[in-house]
Design a protein around this ligand. Structure first.
Ligand code: SAH
Ligand code: SF4
Ligand code: F3S
Length: 475
């Protein structure tokens, strides 16, 4: 290690310095083993984590690591999620497997990051029960990955660095996209909503928005690099800009992004019903690149529970919002998130949820069984619902959601619509798979060369949750 140069204090210069140090380490590894070290980054959880993993991969790639296909690698990074308990259990289960790999490859390093690592109890448990882990860091210092990895590579003890929160947003670090033609783009971090059941505000910190100029610059760069579709990411994109000077709105941001040449589709995730403005509804309708899809988490149809959940809307407000949106955009696809078994949920409350599902007729819905999360107010509630009742409600909800989803999906049969091709079909040769602007999946004849291209397709047949289509572009 060259100790004569002190690392810069400023970011991102400091991290670029440590990427340089990692490169030297990789060169030494190559001299010793006659191969490059391999790395595998495994993502749990949401699109935010998926984007964070692209940042980790970008740093590793620049440092000279080769990408491994599986966990038998010289470096394994688990980017974890803690939104529900089963996300945590999966990680603990797989750590045992990693330990086995490490015994075969003593040079192997194991790093854990992401939302789970923001929980003190989790870090203590890993320190105690999984001492073979080499590096732990959190969501707020993810941008320091190069520096932390460099420390861990030169340290025989477990390296642990997590921060409670941070106001810093570090721009201009490398990223390695999973797809050439689409990309997530963070527009904000953290969450201030404190829904009573949710751990995200505790592990992702306070809400902070990126400046429009930084977002636009990133998307322009992506578009010139061939990206056709972007997904704007935030826990509550509708409150975008509230922490910035001049308070730019999400709608204004959409108008600006809509002007970017080369970009074809703009998606975003997630919209909170409480902040969904008329300005945004009109922006969605007027911006031709904004996709015909809105994910609008309901959580519960019971006004009583919604109040307890701290969601700031009730059943009537939600339903009238849906009417307003459908009046302006009749073809829009609506999807949602629903929690079953929230503490105190009665059969009547549950039937209110079923009622909203039947009235809105979602194209699809993610249904979750309530999971008790530490620190959240709902976890303290005495009236947790017995498992058998929750499962019964969950099954009834899923049946209804799926039946309606199938009927809704079929509503475009016979139409000609544009498909952005994403991949070769996994099951059948000669077919490729892509998505409509409303996010429905379509299989159509094609090959690898179609990936990343937008193709007009006739939607011949609806097969439940996807379409079989034929090309009308002459290919
Ligand atoms: N910010 C987004 C959601 C992020 S978490 C929003 O507010 O819409 C994704 C989904 O996980 C939530 O919409 C909710 O349905 C579900 N979820 C969050 N905490 C949960 C818990 N404790 N138990 C079960 N599901 C939960
Ligand atoms: Fe969780 Fe609510 Fe924030 Fe979504 S808005 S991340 S559900 S606290
Ligand atoms: Fe999970 Fe963190 Fe996303 S808890 S859902 S990975 S913000």
């Amino acid at each position: 290690m060259n100790n004569t140069v002190t690392p810069p204090d400023q970011e991102p210069e400091r991290q670029h310095y440590f990427i340089g140090k990692l490169k030297e380490w990789v060169d030494d590894f190559y001299s010793e083993f006659k191969r490059k070290p391999t790395a595998f980054v495994c993502t749990f959880g949401c699109q935010m984590n998926a984007r964070d993993s692209e940042k980790l991969r970008g740093i590793l790639l620049q440092a000279g690591y080769e990408t491994a296909e599986g966990e038998e690698a010289d470096l394994v990074v688990y980017n974890t999620c803690t939104v529900r308990e089963n996300a945590n259990l999966k990680v603990y289960g797989r750590l045992g497997v990693l330990n086995g790999y490490k015994k075969k490859n003593p040079n192997m390093k194991i790093a854990l990051c992401g939302c789970m690592m923001q929980e003190e109890e989790v870090v203590s448990k890993i320190q105690k029960s999984y001492p073979f882990v080499d590096l732990i860091f959190g969501t707020h210092n993810l941008y320091k990955f190069a520096e932390l990895l460099f420390i861990a590579l030169n340290n025989n003890e477990m390296t642990v660095e997590t921060w409670d929160d941070s106001t810093a947003i570090v721009e201009e670090l490398p990223k390695k996209r999973k797809y050439s033609f689409k990309s997530g783009v963070n527009i904000m971090f953290g969450c201030n909503n404190f829904c009573s059941y949710c751990i995200v505000p505790y592990v992702r910190g306070r809400e902070k928005s990126r400046y429009p100029i930084d977002i636009i610059r990133e998307i322009e760069k992506l578009a010139s690099d061939g990206v056709k579709e972007i997904m704007l990411l935030g826990q509550n994109v509708n409150s975008y800009g509230k922490t910035l000077d001049g308070q730019p709105t999400f709608a204004q941001l959409l108008y600006d992004i809509n002007k970017i040449d080369g970009l074809e589709r703009i998606r975003f995730m997630t919209s909170h019903p409480k902040d969904l403005s008329d300005e945004l509804i009109y922006a969605m309708a007027e911006c031709d690149k904004v996709c015909d899809h809105l994910h609008l988490p309901l959580q519960s149809g019971s006004s009583r529970l919604l109040q307890d959940m701290n969601r700031h809307y009730d059943k009537e407000k939600y339903l009238s919002l849906v009417d307003k949106i459908r009046n302006v955009m009749p073809d829009i696809s609506l999807t949602t998130d629903i929690i079953v078994g929230y503490p105190g949920e009665s059969e009547e409350d549950f039937l209110e949820t079923m009622d909203v599902v039947k009235r809105v007729r979602y194209d699809s819905a993610f249904t979750f069984i309530y999971s008790k999360r530490t620190k959240t107010p709902a976890a303290e509630k005495p009236d947790q619902i017995p498992e058998a009742i929750v499962h019964d409600r969950f099954d009834r909800l899923l049946d209804t959601v799926q039946k309606i989803g199938r009927e809704q999906t079929a509503r475009f049969t016979g139409r000609i619509m544009n498909v952005l091709v994403e991949e070769e079909n996994q099951k059948e040769n000669g077919l490729v798979t892509g998505r409509l602007t409303n996010n429905f999946v379509v299989h159509l004849p094609g090959n690898k060369s179609d990936i990343g291209h937008t193709i007009p397709v006739k939607l011949d047949e609806c097969k439940g949750f996807y379409y079989l289509g034929s090309r009308i572009d002459g290919n």
